[in-house]
Design a protein around this ligand. Structure first.
Ligand SMILES: Cc1cc2nc3c(=O)[nH]c(=O)nc-3n(C[C@H](O)[C@H](O)[C@H](O)COP(=O)(O)OP(=O)(O)OC[C@H]3O[C@@H](n4cnc5c(N)ncnc54)[C@H](O)[C@@H]3O)c2cc1C
Length: 214
């Protein structure tokens, strides 16, 4: 199974879409239309949405409070602005025009967000209810476009909760064969899963070996 990420065109810079985890920002296409619930979808879900909707290049939009907020150095906003990965505008239209996004489309999108946030009922388009969902207030920032890319492939051996490998034909555990970490396709391979599976399988495999020897 491929895992998706987003990257700008070669030679360009753009902010990482992981910023949707921590900052108020929206993802739009070149017509200024949002694609999904950015916060719940996270970077991989946003990239998947680009894939589904055949969007080749989506733009991150946020405001001054984010640009100079607590995560400014983590996401390198200042550097992105300097090296052309971000465009600033006193108005939405100005920032949109500089980045190559439809000014009318983006104005409409941000007006809808502002209306939804003021109503207290949350995002009418994609159901965002998280605390980062709010209206943007100028100056505004729009990024260069990033597109979906595949950054790794996941998959492997199917295991049970003891990390005993299952036989493909009938899902029966194969005695004495265990899989942990990235080789194990039943878990998403992240470092925490890798370590947890190793801690579990170590005990289980050792107990199985002791039993087999006694
Ligand atoms: C681009 C990328 C970004 C990632 N980002 C993150 C992230 O931000 N956060 C996160 O938690 N995880 C991330 N991961 C996932 C994480 O790195 C892996 O899940 C983790 O490293 C897997 O650990 P592992 O010990 O199971 O396997 P590996 O780290 O792959 O270790 C397997 C080892 O076995 C060795 N080996 C292979 N065959 C043999 C052989 N026949 N004999 C002897 N040795 C052999 C290999 O050389 C290797 O050293 C990322 C992975 C990639 C590829």
């Amino acid at each position: 199974m491929p895992k998706l990420f987003a990257a700008p065109r070669p030679g360009q810079k753009s902010p990482s879409w992981i910023l949707f985890d921590t900052d108020t920002a929206y993802l739009v296409d070149r017509y200024g239309r949002r694609l999904c619930n950015e916060h719940a979808s996270r970077y991989a879900g946003c990239a998947l949405e680009c894939f589904r909707q055949k969007i080749d290049g989506a733009f991150v939009v946020f405001d001054e409070a984010v640009f100079s907020g607590p995560n400014r150095s983590r996401w390198g906003y200042e550097a992105r602005l300097k090296n052309g990965g971000l465009f600033k505008g006193e108005t939405i239209a100005e920032a949109a025009q500089r980045a190559g996004v439809s000014p009318e489309g983006l104005e409409k999108t941000l007006q809808t967000i502002a209306r939804d946030a003021a109503s207290g009922r949350g995002d009418s388009q994609f159901g965002r209810r998280d605390s980062l969902f709010r209206a943007l207030k100028g100056p505004y920032y729009v990024s260069t476009p990033s597109s979906k890319v595949r950054f790794k492939t996941e998959g492997g051996l199917e295991v049970n909760p003891d990390f005993n490998v299952l036989r493909a034909a009938d899902d029966a555990p194969i005695p004495g064969l265990y899989a942990a970490g990235a080789v194990c396709g039943s878990i998403s391979a992240r470092l925490c899963d890798v370590i947890a599976s190793g801690l579990i399988v170590g005990k289980t495999a050792a107990a199985g070996l002791r039993k087999a020897r006694s």
